[in-house]
Design a binder for this molecule. Structure first.
Ligand code: NOJ
Ligand code: CA
Length: 665
C-alpha cells in the first residue's frame, strides 16, 4: 500500500469569533465553505466548478438533554491531505485510491458541548461527520438531525420514497422541486452535474432519509426508535459520514469509491477465507409457488433436491448452493415468527448434504429467516452460527421478512446495532453474510469484508409475485442503490414467461389473480447482462436449474467469474441504459442493458490489454427480440477482437447484451 500523509498544514485559533472556513478538493474543483452565524448556528455550502450546488445548509443535531445545534464558536481548524492506495480482498475494484483534503473544525458551545466537524473533500465528492462530546451529560437522547441539503437550482432526481421499513420500492424520476422525500442513495442532476447523497460507515445510529422542508431544501430525517427519539447515545458519539458523490457524467458516480474510502480498513486480519462465488439455490421455486419453504408434499429443501442442485453446481463451474426452508419454523412465518436455527426438517439430512457437497467441492449457503423476531434470533444467533460452522458451512444468508419486534422499524438504531452484531458474530466463526431486508449498505464491507452482499432494493423476487420490475428498473439500480454497495438482486431468469412452469402439471404459479401479468419484464439477453451489471460478490443464477440444463446461453454464467479485480462503467444514463465491464484475472465480462427504448452503443474496447487478441463471445438480443412481444429471441456469436476495436452493442426494447472476452490462444 502506497500512503502519503501530509499532516497538519495549518492551525488557526480564533476564540469565540465566527469564521468562514473553506476546503477544496485536491484538483481544486469542489469547494466547501463552512460558516457559523451570530447565534452560533453552523452551515456549509458547496460549489463544483461553475455549478453552485448547495446554498448555506444547516448542520447539527438536537438532543433532549442539551443543545447540539446552536451557540457554537470555532476553537480551531486543522487541515490534512491524504493520497493513498489501498486494497481489498474482493470488490468491484480490488485496488482503490483515496485522495482528499480534510478540514476538521473544532467547536464548543455554552452548554459545554464540544464538536469536531470533519469534512473530507475528494475529487469525486465529499463527506462530513459529527464527533460530539457533551460534558455534563452521561448519555443523550438524540431527537433530530438538522443537516440540510439546500439545492441552489432545480434539477432531476432518481430516488425511492423515504421509508424506515423497506427499500423494496420503485424508483421515480422527479424534478427536485416535486420531490417530497427520499431514501438514500438519492441521485440527482443539477446544472449538468450528477450527484448522489448517501451516508458512509453507519454504526449504532439510525439511517438518514431526506425530507423536503421548503423549495429545494431537504433535511435529514432519521429513522426513529419506538419512544419517538432518534437515537440513544453516550455523551461522546460520532455519526456516520453524510456523503455527496459528484461527477460530470452519470457513470462517474458508479466509478467512484468515495463511500468505501470513508470507511475504516479491515478489522479482519486473515481474509483468505472470504471468497466471492457464483451460486444457485432452492429458492425461485418457492417464490413462484411451485415449492414450499415449510415441509409438505411440495417441500423444496429435501435431501434429494439438495443433491440435484449440488450436482448441477459441480457440473457448471458454480461454487455454492443456497437452501431456504431447511429448518423448523417456516409454518410460523407470518405468525409467531419463531424459527429454530439448529433443527433441520426431517426430510433435509444436513450431515449427508454437507458430505455430498464437500466431496464435489461445493459450498453450502445457509439461511436464517428471522421474520423480524429479533429477540428470538439473538437468543439463538451465536449457537446457530457455530452450529453451521461446525458442520463446515461458512456462508449465511439472513432475512427479516416481517415486522420488527418491540415496535422497532427495520432501519432504526436498534436494527443497525442488530445487523452489525450478526456481521461480527459471523466473522468470529469465519462466516460470510448476505443480508436480505437489510440496513442500507454504507460501505462497511471495507471494515468487515465478510459482509458480502445485501438486498435492500426491489430484487428479482418481485417478478414472481407482483407485476414485476419495469424495464427501467435494472438500468436505474446502478446509478442509485448500487452506489451504496453490492446487491444480491439474484438475476438470471431464462424462463421469462414462466412457460415451463405453467406447462408442467406438477407445478403451479403463485396465485396473484388474473389481473397480474406474471412474467419477467426484460429480454433473455438482458437477464444475462445483469450478471455483470448488478455487482455482487456472491452472484446467483436464480432460475430453476432445469431451465438452465442444456441451454446454450447458460455458458455465459459458467464462464463468468464473480471474483473480479477491476470494473468500469463505460456509458449510461439513470433509468435509460448502462454498460459495465469487469476484469477477472485475464478475462473481461461486459454487460449492457436498456429500458423500453432500443439502443445501439458504440463501445471502444480500449479497456482490453493492448497487444492481446481476445475471443469475444457475444450474447445478444435476436433481431426480432422485444421484451414485450418476443423476449427469448437471442443470438450467440463469436469474433476475435483487440483493444483497438469498437463494439457495436445493439439492444432490443427492454433488452441487453453480454460479452465475455478471453485471451485467444
Ligand atoms: C425475502 C427475501 O428477499 C427472499 O430472498 C427470501 O427467499 C424470503 N424473504 C424468505 O426468506
Ligand atoms: Ca426481500
Amino acid at each position: 500500500m502506497k500512503s502519503f500523509l501530509f499532516s497538519l498544514a495549518a492551525l488557526a485559533l480564533c476564540g469565540a469569533c465566527s469564521q468562514n472556513t473553506e476546503v477544496t478538493s485536491p484538483d481544486g474543483t469542489i469547494r466547501l465553505a463552512f460558516a457559523v452565524d451570530s447565534a452560533g448556528r453552523m452551515t456549509y455550502s458547496v460549489t463544483d466548478g461553475g455549478v453552485r450546488l448547495f446554498e448555506p445548509s444547516r448542520l447539527g443535531f438536537e438532543a433532549a438533554e442539551t443543545d447540539l445545534g446552536g451557540g457554537f464558536a470555532v476553537e480551531h481548524v486543522s487541515r490534512t491531505s491524504v493520497d493513498e492506495t489501498w486494497t481489498q480482498p474482493w470488490g468491484e475494484n480490488k485496488e482503490n485510491r483515496s485522495r482528499y483534503n480534510e478540514m476538521a473544525v473544532r467547536l464548543r458551545n455554552g452548554g459545554g458541548v464540544r464538536l469536531t466537524l470533519r469534512f473530507r473533500v475528494f475529487d469525486d465528492g465529499l463527506g462530513f461527520r459529527y464527533e460530539y462530546e457533551a460534558c455534563g451529560a452521561d448519555s443523550l437522547r438524540v431527537t433530530d438531525e438538522l443537516t440540510e441539503f439546500r439545492f441552489a437550482a432545480d434539477g432531476d432526481s432518481w430516488t425511492i420514497p423515504a421509508s424506515f421499513d423497506t427499500y423494496e420500492l420503485l424508483y421515480r424520476k422527479l424534478p427536485l422541486s416535486e420531490l417530497a422525500d427520499a431514501n438514500t442513495p438519492a441521485t440527482f442532476k443539477v446544472g449538468g452535474l450528477y450527484g448522489s447523497i448517501h451516508e458512509a460507515a453507519l454504526y449504532d445510529f439510525p439511517e438518514m432519509t431526506l425530507r423536503k422542508t421548503d423549495g429545494l431544501a431537504f433535511k435529514s430525517d432519521l429513522a426513529p426508535l419506538p419512544d419517538g427519539t432518534k437515537a440513544h447515545v453516550g455523551n461522546k458519539f460520532t455519526t456516520a459520514w453524510r456523503t455527496v458523490q459528484l461527477a460530470p457524467d452519470a457513470v462517474g458516480l458508479i466509478n467512484s469509491s468515495l463511500i468505501l474510502n470513508l470507511n475504516e480498513p479491515s478489522k479482519i486480519g486473515d481474509t483468505s477465507w472470504i471468497r466471492p462465488m457464483k451460486y444457485v439455490g432452492v429458492w425461485w421455486g418457492m417464490h413462484l409457488g411451485v415449492e414450499t419453504w415449510a415441509m409438505d408434499d411440495r417441500h423444496g429443501a429435501t435431501t434429494e433436491n439438495a443433491k440435484r442442485h449440488i450436482d448441477f453446481a459441480a457440473a457448471n463451474n458454480i461454487q455454492g448452493v443456497l437452501f431456504e426452508g431447511w429448518n423448523e419454523g417456516w409454518e410460523n412465518w407470518g405468525g409467531s415468527q419463531s424459527f429454530d436455527f439448529t433443527k433441520p426438517y426431517a426430510d433435509f439430512d444436513i450431515a449427508e448434504i454437507v458430505r455430498y457437497a464437500r466431496e464435489r467441492g461445493i459450498e453450502i449457503i445457509g439461511h436464517h429467516e428471522t421474520g423480524g423476531n429479533i429477540p428470538d434470533y439473538e437468543r439463538q444467533l451465536e449457537r446457530a452460527v457455530k452450529w453451521y460452522a461446525d458442520l463446515g458451512i461458512h456462508n449465511l444468508k439472513t432475512g427479516y421478512a416481517g415486522g420488527i419486534s418491540g415496535g422497532n422499524n427495520h432501519h432504526g438504531q436498534y436494527m443497525v446495532r442488530h445487523y452489525q452484531h450478526v456481521v461480527e458474530t459471523a466473522a468470529k466463526y469465519r462466516m460470510t453474510v448476505n443480508a436480505h431486508e437489510p440496513i442500507k449498505d454504507c460501505g462497511i464491507r471495507r471494515t468487515w469484508p465478510n459482509m458480502m452482499s445485501r438486498e435492500g432494493a426491489r430484487g428479482k423476487e418481485w417478478d414472481a409475485w407482483s407485476a414485476g420490475n419495469p424495464p427501467s428498473h435494472e438500468v436505474t439500480l446502478p446509478f442509485t442503490r448500487l452506489l451504496a454497495g453490492p446487491m444480491d438482486f439474484t438475476p438470471g431468469t431464462f424462463d421469462i414467461l414462466y412457460e415451463n412452469t405453467r406447462n408442467s402439471p406438477r407445478r403451479k404459479l403463485w396465485n396473484c389473480g388474473p389481473e397480474v401479468d406474471m412474467r419477467v419484464n426484460t429480454t433473455l439477453a438482458k437477464q444475462i447482462a445483469e450478471w455483470v451489471i448488478i455487482y455482487s460478490p456472491v452472484q446467483m443464477a436464480s432460475d430453476l436449474i432445469e431451465n438452465y440444463e442444456g441451454h446454450p446461453a447458460f455458458r455465459f454464467f459458467r464462464d463468468f467469474d464473480a471474483d473480479c479485480d477491476w470494473s468500469r462503467a463505460l456509458a449510461g444514463e439513470p433509468g435509460e441504459f448502462v454498460a459495465v465491464v469487469r476484469r477477472a484475472g485475464e478475462n473481461y465480462f461486459l454487460g449492457a442493458a436498456t429500458d423500453e427504448q432500443p439502443r445501439t452503443l458504440s463501445l471502444p474496447l480500449d479497456f482490453l490489454k493492448p497487444g492481446t487478441k481476445y475471443r469475444a463471445t457475444i450474447y445478444a438480443d435476436g433481431p426480432d427480440a422485444d421484451w414485450k412481444t418476443n423476449p427469448t429471441s437471442y443470438t450467440i456469436s463469436e469474433r476475435e477482437v483487440s483493444s483497438a476495436d469498437t463494439l457495436e452493442v445493439a439492444m432490443a426494447p427492454g433488452g441487453g447484451q453480454a460479452v465475455s472476452f478471453m485471451p485467444a490462444i
